[in-house]
Design a protein around this ligand. Structure first.
Ligand SMILES: [Zn+2]
Ligand SMILES: [Zn+2]
Ligand SMILES: [Zn+2]
Length: 84
């Protein structure tokens, strides 16, 4: 069964994973419709038509927070400043 591999950056401070690129990992099984070994003319119902869960592949580790969390944090700070 094939699966997608998601390359991305992992932010250790907030634990978020930001995907940058997705590629498919071929399982090279001839009974999997996503595999390059699977014959195009095959119409068999028994072939695997589902992909496995994507695997996250952190190619970069960042010790900071991700952009979303940084924005949120800034909003919170602003809000506290103006609302309290
Ligand atoms: Zn496959
Ligand atoms: Zn098939
Ligand atoms: Zn985050």
């Amino acid at each position: 069964m094939c699966h997608n591999v998601v390359d991305g950056r992992f932010h250790t401070q907030c634990g978020h994973f930001i995907s940058m690129a997705t590629r498919t990992q071929d399982c090279f099984q001839d009974d999997c419709v996503f595999s390059s070994r699977h014959p195009c003319e095959c119409r068999s119902k028994s072939c695997i038509r589902k992909m496995n869960l994507p695997v996250k592949n952190p190619i970069r580790i960042s010790k900071t927070m991700c952009g979303d969390c940084r924005t949120r944090e800034k909003d919170t700070v602003l809000c506290e400043r103006y609302c309290v």
